[in-house]
Design a protein around this ligand. Structure first.
Ligand code: ADP
Ligand code: MG
Length: 385
């Protein structure tokens, strides 16, 4: 018998399968009950455009409130199913972070499907200080390299951002300077949860030495992720003339076990911390020789990380202190030897850091963004990812 062709919502607007408005739409407690649509917002300016869409500064017409709106277009992609998964993952992780009042993730206020331009929209807290990559790039252009105390501060803040996200039950899998924002007070906030993955607790603990349980009862390193849902990255050049971080969706901060698609754990995010630390102290990127280095070559380099790390440390543009080298080697290391947040916090590199103050966001940041007018995008580079 011929199937009866019911003109479903999904067919009408070509929504990827198994995702309806009910699955995606969301409003945070205290916001309007009514799910907004794009016409409820005035677009003020574009902050960044990434591989899957754009981020705008918007004003909610009814309240005049300013938000960041991330628009993820799925119909332009050759793989709408992938975009659907990323959008849903991002939304789900943001909801949990918002409900737990995380200060290290942008709060999500609304999520809605836009039927007209076939997009997923995330309306979130606008983090006004710009992304960390743009800040680093500006410092480099100003010939004003980071001082050790600044590096310690930002790396300590990043440890807390990652730990916080893990404790809420997620791996990030795409920790990199472009996905770190500086808030209005100068503290770091982790964003872009499109590659994140909910942690599935495994028992007995299988990898690593174990770290403290988070509020959700996830038992640290015992939580492992299988390789069947690797994060997806793209490789568009962002700024070919820029010798700093030049790739959108770059795999250059990805842990070797993620690149190789084997079972991995929370520790993959701490490899990324090590790659960022190297970049800050050395003044050059790890595993990327030049802006022309292809994604494939970066992956190969990560696979050959042992030899390349030795060369990178010995040939660094800027001298690397022994204590920084030691931490880098503890992080850019095989997973079974890599240290987790407990040991990272005790590492001599962080001597003098008051972790409680970092956690409570009361350590004074070395840089506070100028009070921002939402129409001023000077802290952002167009095309930030
Ligand atoms: N909540 C926010 N507030 C301000 N800017 C943001 C916010 N979220 C993202 N951005 C900016 O937009 C850029 C792209 O956002 P991101 O979530 O990383 O998208 P993509 O998935 O395309 O990488 C970021 O690098 C950052 O510069
Ligand atoms: Mg991003």
């Amino acid at each position: 018998m011929e199937p009866i062709n019911i003109p479903s919502f999904a067919n009408r607007i070509n929504v990827p399968s198994e995702l309806s408005e009910e699955d995606f739409n969301y409003h945070h407690q205290g916001c309007h009950d009514k799910i907004p649509n794009i016409t409820d917002f005035e677009i003020i300016s574009t902050i960044g455009s990434g591989s899957f869409g754009e981020v705008f500064i918007v004003k909610e017409k009814s309240t005049q409130s300013i938000y960041a709106l991330k628009k993820i277009l799925y119909n332009l992609s050759s793989d709408p199913e992938l975009i659907k998964k990323r959008a849903k993952r991002e939304r789900d992780a943001m909801i949990i972070c918002s409900n737990k009042n995380s200060k290290r993730a942008p709060k999500l206020y609304y999520a809605f499907l836009d039927q007209d331009d076939t997009s997923f929209n995330l309306v979130m807290e606008y983090i006004s200080g710009g992304d960390f990559n743009s800040y680093c790039y500006k410092r480099m252009c100003d010939n004003n390299p980071f001082q050790l105390e600044e590096i310690k501060f930002y790396m300590a803040e990043l440890v807390v951002c990652i730990e916080n996200f893990h404790n809420l039950g997620f791996l990030h899998r795409d920790v990199k300077p472009e996905n770190l924002m500086i808030d209005k007070d100068g503290h770091l906030v982790l964003c872009d949860f499109g590659s994140s993955k909910q942690i599935v607790s495994s028992s007995p603990p299988s990898i690593g030495s174990g770290s403290s349980s988070g509020p959700n009862g996830f038992s640290g390193l015992a939580a492992t992720i299988n390789n069947n849902t690797p994060p997806n990255f793209t490789s568009f050049l962002r700024n070919p003339n820029c010798s700093y971080t030049s790739y959108i969706g770059t795999p250059q901060y990805m842990a070797v076990e993620v690149v190789q698609g084997i079972v991995y754990s929370k520790l993959c995010d701490y490899w990324s911390l090590g790659a960022i630390l190297y970049e800050l102290v050395a003044g050059q990127a790890l595993f990327v020789e030049s802006p022309d280095t292809t994604e494939q070559k970066i992956r190969e380099n990560i696979g050959n990380w042992r030899g390349l790390l030795n060369t990178a440390i010995s040939k660094s543009q800027q001298p690397i202190s022994k204590v920084a080298e030691s931490l880098i080697r503890d992080l850019i290391a095989p997973e079974r030897k890599r240290i987790d947040s407990g040991a990272i916090k005790k590492h001599p590199f962080f001597e003098g850091v008051d972790w409680q103050k970092i956690s409570d966001r009361i350590e004074t940041p070395p840089y506070t963004p100028a009070p921002s007018n939402p129409t001023d995008k000077s802290s952002f580079s167009i095309g930030g990812q």
